[in-house]
Design a protein around this ligand. Structure first.
Ligand code: 13P
Ligand code: SF4
Length: 354
């Protein structure tokens, strides 16, 4: 829907009043009405890397979800304040791994006698607590654009990986990109005693996958792929690695949001694409590339927006910017010092990956 011109003008004016004091970051899944005000847009990796790009900015307004704002706080100086325009913008996947559950899992691995061989690799889509656990136990963070390099690094440090919290990204990277077999992977279910696994299963596994998933990408199915191939002959199927393994295995191209954009930029005129990722991004790309004769459709018309990404709308952004311009700090995301120190260790290991 077109943005309310009155709100657009208010956002523009508030940003102008703030000048260099504000730096607005926007994830690719944000609404059009919000993304137009971002100074930098990107996938999770690019936004983590660029968060510290404007040390002179007092405020970083993060148009994305809570774990991204936490990471930006961890990676920037203490004088910079990170603001999330709506505090209800969480992530259902990140919520699937709590600090208590992960501590319990580590006890299970210790009991089974495998903990010392395990290196944790945590997806960016996790709370600061989980990132701190990862740092404390010698592990690294990864995003969908460097998961393979993170796993390769981890297997140089130890024999097994505990991959948190997205089982699909972990499995897809291990099996599709690194040639491991499905049998090398086991799933740890935090709602079952001992994760639902025997000590023997833990000893045999190379990848211990946390039972978490993205509620948006989890809804694309093999039927979605079959249906779109039947409907659009010659279509290229391009999906995010948070999709289920059978969807990724049936797709032609797999990658992060930044990869999806680059792939479509490079696509020839006349090509047809079915894209399996969040709807705001797919719609924006479909509109952007239609004049170049590239046909882009949503992989499954029954899947909808990421509801928490969509929490950040123009009214919330205007409110945050106007408050800051009036000297009122609102919705600050601040990670406590101890958590920050260990989480930073894990994030810096990711940023140092080759
Ligand atoms: P990327 O932008 O890193 O591909 O992440 C996708 C995602 O689901 C973020 O929540
Ligand atoms: Fe979380 Fe999925 Fe939404 Fe990304 S798209 S914020 S992983 S629920």
């Amino acid at each position: 829907s077109p943005s309310d011109p009155d709100l657009v003008e208010r956002a523009r004016r508030a940003k102008e009043r703030l000048g260099d004091k504000v730096f607005v970051l926007g994830h690719h899944y944000q609404r059009d009405e919000v993304i137009q005000f971002a100074d930098v847009t990107g996938d999770s990796f690019k936004l983590a890397r660029d968060a510290a790009a404007r040390p002179e900015a007092e405020y970083i307004v993060f148009c994305g979800v809570h774990f991204m704002a936490e990471s930006a706080d961890i990676l920037t100086s203490d004088d910079q304040k990170v603001v999330l325009p709506d505090l209800a913008a969480g992530c259902s996947m990140a919520d699937m791994a709590t600090a208590e559950q992960v501590a319990e899992c580590w006890d299970v691995l210790t009991e089974a006698g495998v903990a010392e061989q395990v290196v944790p690799v945590s997806y960016m889509n996790s709370s600061a607590d989980i990132k701190a656990f990862t740092g404390k136990h010698g592990g690294t963070i990864c995003t969908s654009s460097n998961a393979r390099r993170a796993l390769e690094w981890a297997f140089q440090q130890g024999e097994k990986v505990l991959f948190l919290p997205d089982q699909h990204l972990g499995r897809n990277t291990a099996v599709r990109d690194m040639g491991m077999s499905l049998e090398d992977c086991v799933v740890y279910n935090p709602h079952k005693p001992n994760g639902g696994l025997t000590a023997d299963e833990l000893r045999a596994a190379k990848m211990i996958l946390w039972r978490g998933h993205c509620s948006v990408h989890g809804r694309f199915s093999l039927d979605s792929v079959d249906e779109v191939r039947a409907r659009i002959p010659g279509v290229n199927v391009l999906v995010h690695p948070e999709c289920r393994h059978e969807v990724v295995a049936a797709a032609d191209h797999v990658g992060s949001t930044e990869y999806i954009i680059k792939t479509l930029e490079a696509a020839p005129a006349g090509s047809k694409w079915a894209v399996g990722t969040e709807l705001n991004l797919v719609r924006r790309l479909a509109n952007r590339f239609a004049p170049e004769g590239k046909e882009i459709v949503f992989l499954d018309r029954t899947v909808c927006f990421c509801s928490t990404m969509n929490r950040i709308d123009l009214p919330h952004l205007v409110w945050a910017l106007e408050s800051l311009a009036d000297g009122k700090l609102v919705n600050r995301i601040e990670v406590d010092k101890e958590t920050e120190a260990f989480a930073k260790l894990a994030l810096e290991r990711m940023l140092a990956l080759p």
